[in-house]
Design a binder for this molecule. Structure first.
Ligand code: M6R
Length: 440
């Protein structure tokens, strides 16, 4: 539209569709008004309508083609919602459907962006998932799903640890980095380290054209659209879907699931958007419950297996926007120390969606309840037995146990949101946090 801006993250642009030139590290631009060093992000040179010449560090001119960033202006507005976070939570049914549908073809999963034949997929012996924050939590869920469905060993690392721990990457390993912004410094460094060692990197990324998307060998986009609230919700949900699809693809190629199991799972995936919608419609009940915990000092989230992964994400959501101290524990670890922190009235949110682990988690709930905890249970419909061990129950619809995180996260997001709103916190821009962590 005749204006020129420089942005480190294209989703921070609030204009309508825009032509963009994507710079690479080390590019220098020289135009009529001076020099712009992209690395230093000094926006001191470009004016509207200047013609742009881009040079590399050797001062050779580099051809840059303008790409159109499909920017939907409405997507960057609150559309009547009080906060971006609430709006983005409500976009999750669409986000999940948009991430799923292009990759489901009839009774099969086709992920063209993987750029791998079935034979190449079969040659993968181990997967390393690397990410930060919520993307890391999605990765922890991914580990359970990939190992459970496709029987591939998976290691999940925080990118800030991976990059400095001299990780052992053996032949047949594949590295998967996950990032909403595609600009997270530690994740980008982990990607570069993996590539330096000769390993192919698959990026699961939301922002099109971001650094991680450009530097990954292959990119599987999460089609969540621009996410503005610092606390991620819809991008996290889309990351889960991308990981389920990846796991099912591997499972099919490796024949670790039967055809019937595979089609049943496809059916369960297709039902997720409506089920998420149903849970979002239950917001008033969760808001009333959240209002009782505005003054809470500490909250604990417990779960086993996949439910432990969702507990980590639930705990992060609460602490980052409401500033209430919260921790997530693998329920079986309570006895090894954490249970000493339980006092009369401490809120313990117990996620229990895995049939094989119900009874074990219920016994942990009984232990904390008998020490005075108020127990909030998140479990699947039909699991009425849990009512005896808890004070308040939120039921999620039935789905395949590998996919329950996509549903269990909804009440936990709503709970954190309403606690933060009740406390008068700046929900979309919590203190000390940035949407894209582009420095170490
Ligand atoms: O953009 P990324 O997905 O790489 O960001 C990673 C984390 O910084 C991010 O998930 C952070 O933890 C969120 N604020 C959590 O809501």
């Amino acid at each position: 539209d005749g204006t020129t801006s420089t942005l480190s993250d294209s989703s921070s642009n609030s204009d309508e569709d825009a032509d963009a030139v994507i710079f690479s590290k080390g590019d220098l631009t020289i135009n009529g008004s001076g020099t712009l060093n992209i690395d230093a992000k000094k926006n001191n040179g470009i004016k509207a309508n200047d013609s742009l010449h881009v040079y590399n560090v050797d001062e050779e001119e580099v051809e840059k083609e303008a790409v159109t960033i499909d920017w939907d202006a409405e997507a960057a507005e609150k559309a009547g919602y009080e906060h971006f976070m609430l709006k983005e939570m409500y976009e999750q049914p669409k986000t999940v459907a948009d991430t799923l549908s292009p990759r489901i073809k009839g009774n099969d999963i086709v992920i063209e962006e993987l750029g791998m034949s079935d034979a190449e997929l079969l040659s993968i012996k181990k997967i390393h998932i690397v990410a930060c924050g919520s993307a890391y939590h999605a990765g922890v869920t991914g580990k359970y799903v990939l190992e459970g469905l496709a029987r591939i060993p998976v290691e999940v690392d925080l990118a800030s640890e991976f990059r400095y721990r001299n990780p052992i990457l053996e032949d047949g390993a594949m590295v998967v980095v996950i990032s909403q912004s595609g600009e997270t410094a530690d994740t980008l460094a982990a990607l570069r380290e993996s590539k330096k060692r000769g390993f192919k990197v698959l990026g699961i990324v939301n922002v099109v054209g971001s650094s991680i998307a450009r530097e990954s060998d292959n990119v599987m986009y999460t089609w969540a659209g621009p996410e503005i609230a610092v606390a991620t919700t819809k991008a996290y949900s889309a990351q889960l879907i991308a990981l389920y699809l990846l796991a099912m693809k591997f499972a099919r190629v490796k024949h670790t699931v039967t055809e019937t199991e595979f089609s049943d799972m496809l059916g369960d995936l297709a039902r997720l958007p409506d089920q998420i919608e149903l849970l979002l419609n239950n917001k008033n009940r969760i808001q009333r419950f959240a209002n009782r915990y505005i003054a809470a000092k500490d909250v604990f989230f417990i779960g086993r297996g996949i439910d432990y992964a969702i507990s980590m994400e639930g705990s992060l959501k609460l602490k980052e926007i409401s500033y209430i101290h919260s921790e997530a524990y693998a329920a079986g670890e309570l006895k090894h120390g954490t249970i000493s922190l339980i006092e009369e009235g401490t809120l313990v949110a117990s996620v229990s969606t895995q049939p094989a682990l119900y009874k074990k988690t219920i016994s942990n709930m009984v232990e904390v309840k008998s020490r005075g905890a108020f127990v909030l249970a998140v479990t699947c419909e039909g699991n009425r037995e849990i009512e005896k061990a808890s004070d308040y129950v939120i039921y999620i619809p039935q789905t395949n146990p590998f996919f329950t995180n996509s549903l269990a996260i909804i009440p936990l997001q709503l709970f954190s949101y309403y606690v933060a709103v009740g406390k008068g916190c700046d929900v979309d821009k919590p203190r000390n946090l940035a949407k894209s962590v582009t420095v170490e």
